[in-house]
Each structure stands twice: as C-alpha cells, then as structure tokens.
Ligand binder design. Structure first.
Ligand code: ADP
Length: 633
C-alpha cells in the first residue's frame, strides 16, 4: 500500500507529440483515482508512465517514498489490468492467475493460498480449472483482476478494463471493482473515457484534455464546481445547458441577459462578488451554465421565482425516472439542434409537452455557472483569485471600504477613482484592519476565509484556519493593483523573476587523494550559466536536466530560470546588473535591476545603485526548457 506523488510530469514522444504537460498530483494511500477525458487526452500515457512502461520526459514520480523514474516496472510493486485481459489461452484460470507468482518463484503453498483467496474474492473459484475460452468477457476480466491482486501490489493500475464488456456487465463490474478496492485497501488508479464510470467509482477524478489536467476533484465537486466549460460539459448527463449572454451591474443587482432572446433576469450583486467587475459591463460575452435540474417548469416554482425565462417547447425524452423536456429560449429555435439557445429541462415526472407552446421556466440562481466566452474558464470560481473593490487615490492616500491607507512610495500615482484588485493571497492575519470573519471553508486543503469590511464581502486564502468573528487582518500592498478608466495606474510587483541561460560543461583537473597518494584526475564539471555568470550545478539538478533533454542536446538548449524576489541577493560577483530604482513598500524595500532584457526585483534593506552583481539561491530556482516549455526543476 502506498501513496504516489507526481511532480511536474511531462511526456514528449520521440515524434514531438507533447502527450502530457505539467501533471501534478499527490495521491494518498488507498485512494481510488480515475483519469478521465476524451480519446487522446493523455490518460493512458500518464498511467503507463506510472507503470514504468513509458519513460518520463521530465518531472519526478514517487511511489511511497521512493523516486521511481528510472526503476524497472517489475520493481515498482504495481500491478496492471488491461482492456484486452491479456490472458494465456492455453493455460487454465488457475495457471493464468498463478503465472506471475511462479515466475517470481514463490513457494507452492503460498501460490495456492493467494490464488484460492483471489478466486474467492472475485467469485471465480468454480472456474479455476477452465480455460479462458470457456468463459464470458466479464469472467475473463475477473481472471485478469485476479492475476493483478495475487501480486499484492502497492498500487493497482487499470486501463479501461471494462471497455470490452456490454452495458449491463459494465455496470455490474463497476460495483465489483469498487467493492474490490474497499476490500483490498490498495491505491487504485483507473483510466476511462466514460464519465459515468469515473463519477461512480473515483474518490477523486482527474479530468484531462489535450494533455493538460483540467481539474482534480471529488465527483461531487466536479459536478457542482466545474473549473471551466469543458469540465462542466464533460461531467453529467444530459450535458449542462450553455447559453451566451452578458452581465450588467445596476446598483446592487446584476442583470443577466440571454443572447438571441428578449429574456433577462436579475440577480443580487451579493451572489456575484467573486466575478471580476469587467465582466459586469453589459458588453463582455459570457457563457451562462445551468444543469437541467436547476431549471423548473413547475408552475408553483415559476410563480415564486425571481428568475424566470421564456421557453418554446419542442419535445421530450421519457427516461423512466426522469422526463427531459427540450425547448429553445429563442422563439425561432427548434429545440432539436444543439445551440446556445437550446434548453434541456428535468421536468421531474410526467409532463405534457405541446410542441411550439411557449411556457415560463424558473432558474435556480444558486446553481448558476458563468464562463468566459473566450478562454472558457469559470469566472465565478470557488476560490477567487482577486477581490475587486471600488477605490479612490487622493493626495497619496488610498481610500477603499471606509479605510484610508497611506500609499508607499512604490505605489504613488495621480489622484483618480478606480478599481482596486486585492489578490486573495495578499490578505493575512495582522494589524491593518479590523474585519468580521463570517466563514472559513476548507476547499481541498485551502482555507478560504470570507470576511466583511464596511458591509462588503471579501475573500482571503489563508494557510491557517481562521475563527468566525472579529479579527485583524493585514494587507500585502505590493500585490495590489489599481485600475482606472481601463488603465493600470498602479501595477503589482512581479512575483517571479526571470533569467536566461544554459547548462554548461567543462573538463577540469582535480587533485584527488587515494590511499594517501595525491593524484591529478580529469573530471567533467557542470555549471548553470545564468546570463553572464556561472554557478556550480548541484548534481541532482544537472542530472534532471540531462535526463529530461538528453545528453545530446542539453548543452545547446536555452533555459529559463525563475525565482522569487527573496531568493536573490547582492554580492561582489555574480550576474551583472544595473540597479535602476527602488520599490519602497514601506515595510519592505526592493531594488529594481535591469539584467539583459529582464527587470528583476531584489529584496534589500540597503539601497544599491548603478552597476552591481546578483546571486540567486540555486536551491530555489525553477528551470524551464524554453523550446518545449517544460518545467524540469
Ligand atoms: P488517451 O489514453 O487519453 O486516449 P494517450 O495517452 O494514448 O491518450 O495519447 C495521448 C497523445 O499521445 C495522443 O495524441 C496520441 O496520439 C499520442 N501518442 C500516444 N502514444 C504515442 C506514441 N507511442 N508515439 C507518439 N505519439 C503517441
């Protein structure tokens, strides 16, 4: 039994296909993880990298507390079950299950015990003497499960194991595999393209598309809080309804207008605090997402609802437990064609649908989703990135939510009125303002604190749980930005400093002492070339670069080094820079330096001017191969 850790995992096939990009995940012992997504999204490649059947191009894979990147599949203590069973036709079921154990030369009694136990768990004891061809698809898949479980692996990997079975058997085997997982208490990783399979089996699901992880969450959270339109549409049947529309803030309300219709509804602004104000101008196009059960045709619901739209009915689908009513919110739409006005409603029981009839439908505003029309990201996220607040700059002071803060030198600007962007990670416990904490929600390990200040709701991401009630918070001003009339008048300080360079190699002569004798020996030394400077490359870093890029190209590849402003310091030697200014944030000061084409901020208590040298903390550097955009370290 073991957990797994996948850090910045990439797969680039020799033909240049980038099948997996920056896959990051911590899998706990005993979890049932499902990788799901359409064909070609990279789920099998990821599974095969875990199994050791495919090389990892970059990144670090741990099973338990061992890094297994270079470990042979047979040494990884995993077992894999495939779609096509891969049974030996000439062997009995017993022999098929025992095969791997015999290869590993386990004692006969031990093999008998394990095979008998596995057969009992899987309900195939009576078939042990039979050949695979005498068995059904479901039974054969049980045999291949048996072959995996007798190995008593730390991790079970299953690649679309049910795809060859008919619908009924699939449903049955689904619950059997869940039962098996509960019984064995082993970590399971399961690959499927079927979202129902994923939703019913996974404790957590990884949704993938085009080689990128879209979202990792529990089935319930994926359904209720999809992070983008792809996840929203992929999870759940029938698919979520997506309408095009615009949002317009009018005082304390927001009007939601549906495109191609004259329908509009009004929502209290308090429900949409997490949305960026630039989406609320009545012009920026968004997708409005509503699942079929968030729409009601029940006359009582329509009568009491504050959010009603007109629907022209077309037809219905009777599913026994569900009646899906189809229609269109565009009075010229036909309700059959999939479009941004077609609507599917769960009518919850028997309903008469008269084609062409126009009725009213009530929308559940607590279950409404919004996505950016262009990048399709959720714009009403569970954990918002920013708080958006009206503000004013007057004579060097920042006025917002009844507070007045003297702007530090780095943030001075002309008098103006505008919008203040306070990142949720720029608010911590401290002494700047007294607020009323109304909620602290743990969302996948992140504490989202909701608090009120001057009657306005704000959010902060905290590393600690914060109790409800009055508390004092501090603001990290360098992360603030101010936008006035569409222009950024105060920019937040960059958090990532960037340098260019290469991995360098040189042969040097070293004096080594062996058996009391001093000898000269030629050794290869690796260094990190960062801009015009050279730093010793730690062994683990040079090895990671070499194994990711390959020894043939690694010394020619352009690298990008990233680090934070606190990971840099001034020294007598190092990267040549020109100190061009000071960013004074009051409590903290940073020297602004030009390094080649880059501007970097260096945390420094003492001022520095003119030509200078910078040294990074090598252990804190993150290194990216520029050509393929692969984060290697
Ligand atoms: P999935 O399992 O989600 O269907 P895969 O992991 O099999 O997807 O494939 C991901 C991508 O990598 C696809 O674009 C596929 O064509 C490509 N691919 C898979 N195997 C190879 C290979 N051996 N060589 C080159 N490209 C490959």
């Amino acid at each position: 039994m073991a957990g797994l850790s996948l850090k910045h995992i990439y797969k680039v096939y020799p033909n240049g296909t980038k099948a997996v990009n920056d896959f990051n995940m911590e899998i706990k012992d005993k979890e049932f993880i499902v990788f799901v997504g359409p064909s070609g999204c990279g789920k099998s490649t990821t599974l095969r990298m875990i199994a050791g059947l495919e090389d990892i191009s970059a990144g670090e894979l741990m099973i338990g507390d061992l890094v297994v990147n270079d470990m042979e599949p047979k040494d990884r203590d995993i077992a894999m079950v495939f779609q096509n069973y891969a049974l030996y036709p000439h062997m009995t079921v017993f022999e098929n299950i025992a095969f791997g154990l015999r290869i590993r030369k386990l004692p006969k009694e031990e093999i008998n015990r394990r095979v008998t136990e596995a057969a009992e768990i899987l309900g195939i004891t009576e078939y042990l003497g039979k050949k695979p061809k005498e068995m059904s698809g479901g039974q054969r898949q049980r045999v291949s499960l048996g072959r995996a479980i007798v190995r008593e692996p730390k991790v079970m990997l299953l690649d679309e194991p049910l795809s060859n079975l008919d619908a009924k058997l699939r449903t049955q085997m689904r619950s059997e595999i869940s039962k098996l997982h509960a019984k064995l208490g082993t970590t399971f990783i399961y690959v499927t393209h079927d979202q129902v399979e994923a939703m019913t089996m996974g404790t957590r699901i990884v949704v993938m598309k085009n080689g990128f992880v879209q979202q990792i969450d529990t089935p319930k959270n994926l359904y209720n809080y999809p992070g983008n339109k792809f996840v929203a549409g992929f999870i759940g049947t029938p698919q979520m309804n997506f309408f095009e529309g615009t949002l317009l803030k009018k005082g304390e309300n927001v009007e939601i207008k549906f495109e191609y219709t004259d329908s509009a509804i009004t929502v209290p602004y308090s429900k949409l605090y997490k949305i960026r104000p630039s989406y609320l101008n009545g012009e920026k196009k968004v997708y409005i997402g509503l699942r079929c059960e968030a729409i009601s045709l029940d006359p009582k619901a329509v009568k009491t609802s504050k959010a009603v739209i007109k629907v022209r009915l077309s037809h219905k689908e009777e599913l026994g437990n569900q009646t899906l009513v189809y229609g269109d919110i565009n009075m010229d739409g036909d309700g059959y064609t999939e479009s941004s006005t077609r609507i599917i409603i769960d009518a919850k029981g028997e309903t008469d649908v008269e084609a062409g009839k126009v009725v009213e439908a009530a929308l559940d505003l607590d279950k409404i989703h919004f996505f950016d029309k262009e990048n399709e990201d959720c714009i009403l996220p569970r954990i918002p990135e920013y708080n958006y607040i009206d503000c004013e700059v007057k004579d060097g002071n920042l006025l917002f939510l009844g507070s007045e803060i003297k702007l530090p030198a780095a943030m001075q600007c002309e008098n103006c009125k505008g919008e203040l962007l306070i990142p949720t990670d720029a608010v911590t416990l401290g002494n700047d303002a007294e607020v009323d904490v109304v909620d602290c929600e743990n969302i996948n390990g992140t504490n989202l604190v909701s608090f009120e200040i001057a009657g306005r709701r704000m959010y902060a991401v905290c590393d600690k749980e914060v109790k409800k009630g009055k508390t004092k918070l501090a603001f990290d001003l360098k992360k603030f930005s101010i936008i006035s009339e569409g222009n950024t008048v105060v920019e937040s300080m960059p958090q990532v400093m960037t340098f260019n360079g290469k991995l360098l190699k040189e042969k040097i002569t070293e004096e080594v002492t062996e058996n009391g004798k001093t000898k000269k020996k030629k050794v290869v030394k690796f260094s990190l070339g960062i801009e015009d400077a050279k730093f010793d490359a730690p062994e683990d870093i040079s090895q990671k670069l070499i194994s990711a890029i390959g020894v043939k190209h690694v010394f020619d590849e352009a690298l990008r080094y990233d680090c934070g402003p606190y990971d840099l310091k001034f020294a007598d030697e190092g990267i040549s820079a020109e100190a061009v200014g000071l960013a004074d944030y009051g409590k903290e000061k940073f020297v602004i330096c030009k390094v080649g084409e880059h501007t970097v901020y260096v945390s420094s208590e003492t001022p520095v001017t003119g030509a200078c040298h910078i040294v990074p903390d090598i252990g804190k550097l993150s290194i990216v191969q520029c050509k393929m955009d692969i984060r290697i370290v």
